[in-house]
Write a protein that binds this ligand. Structure first.
Ligand SMILES: [Zn+2]
Length: 212
């Protein structure tokens, strides 16, 4: 049995249950999607939005990447995957909320905090280094706040700071700024603590995360 065989066994269960039991929903979804929420989450296998929020197919539009990051609005040449997804979600699907969800024990945030990929070649950590450089300022801040930053407290501070960086970067997109000001789009920050199985939600006024 390969891992893909395991996946195919899962697919067989999906065909019998998920798909069969929700035939009507899938018939509607075959015509189009109209998710109201976009979620930006980490690629980490433990940070699965559909599981954590118990959503149905068609309900959430998801982008996952290393450390759940949104880079700032940039028009430099390059393949701006997150920006393309954001543009599609906001301008075409017209989602009403965007949730940035960080998570505990995040490898990307750990690498940002400890600069473990610095100087690596592309293909050997260099792409990660370049990507998580989005967190440079925030990680410097966490290292300043926690001089002995090789502990969970600092790790968590980095993960929470990452959510705030992505929210701030979302607001560098003119279309997002405008829609938020017009009350058409709401931004949310959240953090899933893997060890507790608890979702924390950011109160942007206080800057604090509290259990949902
Ligand atoms: Zn992660």
């Amino acid at each position: 049995m390969t891992h893909f065989d395991d996946l195919l066994a899962g697919y067989a269960r999906f065909r019998t249950h998920g798909w069969q039991e929700q035939r009507t929903r899938w018939e509607e979804l075959a015509v189009g999607q109209s998710p109201k929420v976009m979620i930006i989450a980490c690629s980490d296998s433990r940070s699965e939005p559909a599981d954590i929020f118990d959503t149905h197919p068609g309900e959430i539009f998801v982008v996952r990447n290393v450390a759940a990051l949104v880079p700032p609005f940039e028009t430099t040449p390059g393949r701006h995957g997150v920006s393309a997804a954001l543009e599609f979600a906001v301008q075409f699907l017209k989602v009403e909320e965007i949730v940035v969800m960080g998570h505990g024990m995040c490898g990307g945030c750990h690498a940002a905090l400890h600069r473990t990929m610095d100087g690596a070649e592309p293909g050997r950590g260099g792409f990660i280094a370049d990507w998580i450089a989005v967190l440079d300022e925030a990680s410097a801040g966490v290292r300043a706040e926690f001089p002995d930053y090789a502990n969970r407290e600092a790790g968590r501070a980095m993960e929470l700071a990452g959510v705030k960086v992505s929210l701030a970067n979302l607001r560098t997109f003119p279309c997002i700024q405008e829609l938020e000001q017009r009350g058409r789009l709401r931004l949310r920050g959240a953090f899933f603590a893997i060890n507790e199985g608890i979702l924390y939600v950011l109160d942007e006024e206080s800057g604090e995360f509290a259990p949902a």
